[in-house]
Write a protein that binds this ligand. Structure first.
Ligand code: UD1
Length: 433
């Protein structure tokens, strides 16, 4: 019997762990003889007992609960309910609360994903208890230590015994840092596993109809890319402290995107932290007066909207210009929105990867990326946060034809299968990692 414990905490973790959980489940069904393929081999494998822990770093339904539902993730076995706090408080609370869980469950290996505070806190606690740590999405480096995620990445990698890497740059970074090559596995990208598994389902989301972007009479599924069934629109996401905590930077970004919104509607699912900052800096003037559409289909007036119930125009049409704010979207709604977008502007890491595979031009509103494969192979452009530069880059993209999507090597939907196979192999041969 192998005992594995996985830790998630914040929104971008959920789509990374979902394919691993599904793969573990599949392996167990095969072992029990309930699935035909690989039956003979599977019977010889040790059983895996898996425990899913949620730190509670993200606790809102819109940032957490909806993702479990959309991704078909089972409810976590344990929720540490740490909630928000300073980095020190959040990290320390997770460490304090996860230690007894690890002592009780006694996993041979702890799996952590991505680069959030929950990732580092769990990895550090496990390593200090002498438990092996497998880091999924290891090796990425922005070389910018002002990013909290860069600190989390480097420290998590330093205490991990297995490092699962999404792109070649990660392998090179780890080797340069002196990690021994037998710990490093280039396996592809679990986030892309989730995207490929859910793309078809996401295309059935009614969101684009609600936003008035689907052309009348066009089916939801099976139509061509970017345009044949949808009007052109853009998507904006912003949450990085360096962008949203500084009033001048946030003002400059919103100014550029609201100028772009005069050319085409730009939808903006607003992270709670960003919403608070927009309000406290008094930047609501950049946002259209919009009826928001949340991922569960409910609508709420969050701005000083004076929408009349008889007004049947879409949020974008009602406002002509201005960025259209939305509540944070669930996984399927957001995937459907990105898949048909003409352009995406973001400071997220994961969205750079998702747009690469979707073939949607992406402007990254940062000075660097830890994911250079998205620039080399994909549709990502690093444009920084200068207002004029953002607008010029966006207009240049809108005036050029969209390029066909290209995928970095191994971003093929099979990363979780490779990871679970390596974990099995490793744990079978090591009593404790
Ligand atoms: C965290 C991750 C970031 C990831 C992002 C995705 C770290 C250091 N940062 O940033 O890498 O890209 O998640 O969203 O781990 N809040 C709510 N409801 C919630 C959670 C948070 O309203 O469920 C608000 C609170 O005001 C909180 C703020 O958002 O203080 C920031 O939350 P936090 O988890 O600290 O970081 P994120 O900015 O979400």
């Amino acid at each position: 019997m192998i005992r594995l414990l996985s830790v998630v905490g914040a929104r971008p973790n959920f789509m990374k762990i979902a394919p691993i959980v599904a793969e573990l489940k599949k392996a167990e069904l095969e072992k029990a003889g309930l699935k035909k393929p690989g039956l003979k081999k599977a019977k010889n494998l040790p059983a895996i007992e898996h425990c899913l822990v949620h730190s509670g770093q993200h606790y809102d339904e819109l940032l957490s609960g909806n993702f479990f539902a959309d991704l078909g993730l089972p409810q976590p076995d344990v929720n540490l309910q740490v909630g928000s706090g300073s980095h020190a408080v959040q990290t320390a609370e997770i460490m304090k609360r996860i230690e007894p869980v690890l002592l009780d469950f006694k996993p041979q290996m702890v799996l952590v994903v991505g680069d959030v505070n929950s990732t580092l806190a769990a990895a550090l606690t496990a390593a200090k208890l002498g438990i092996g740590v497998a880091h999924i999405e290891a090796g990425l480096r922005s070389f910018d230590m002002t990013m909290p995620e860069e600190i989390n990445r480097k420290l998590t990698d330093a205490v991990s015994s297995l490092l699962f890497v999404t792109e070649q740059s990660g392998v090179e970074n780890l080797k340069r840092e002196g990690v021994s090559p037998e710990k490093i596995f280039l396996v592809g990208n679990v986030m892309i596993d989730s995207l490929l598994q859910h793309r078809e389902l996401a295309s059935r989301s009614p969101l684009l109809d609600r936003l008035g972007m689907r052309r009348l009479g066009m089916p939801r599924v099976g139509t061509g890319k970017n345009g044949s069934s949808c009007r052109d629109y853009g998507v904006l996401t912003l949450h990085r402290p360096s962008n949203v905590d500084d009033p001048e930077t946030l003002d400059g970004i919103l100014r550029a995107v609201s100028a772009l919104a005069a050319d085409l509607p730009v939808f903006f699912p607003v992270h709670p932290r960003t919403r608070k900052k927009i309000e406290s800096f008094g930047l609501q003037r950049y946002l259209a007066r919009s009826t928001e559409t949340s991922s569960n289909g409910t609508r709420s007036n969050r701005t000083s909207s004076n929408r009349r119930s008889s007004d049947r125009r879409s949020p974008a049409e009602r406002n002509h210009a201005g960025i259209v704010p939305l509540d944070p979207l669930g996984y399927l709604d957001f995937l459907s929105l990105n898949d048909r977008a003409r352009i995406v502007l973001t400071d997220s890491g994961g969205i750079q990867e998702e747009t690469t595979v979707l073939g949607v031009p992406c402007l990254t509103l940062r000075e660097n990326t830890e994911r250079p494969a998205t620039v080399e192979h994909g549709s990502n452009h690093i444009v920084g946060v200068d207002s004029d530069r953002i607008l010029a880059a966006a207009r240049s993209i809108l005036s050029s034809p969209a390029r066909p999507p290209q995928r970095p090597p191994l971003w093929d939907g099979n990363a979780a299968r490779r990871i679970v196979a390596i974990l099995r192999e490793h744990l079978q041969h090591n009593d404790s990692a």
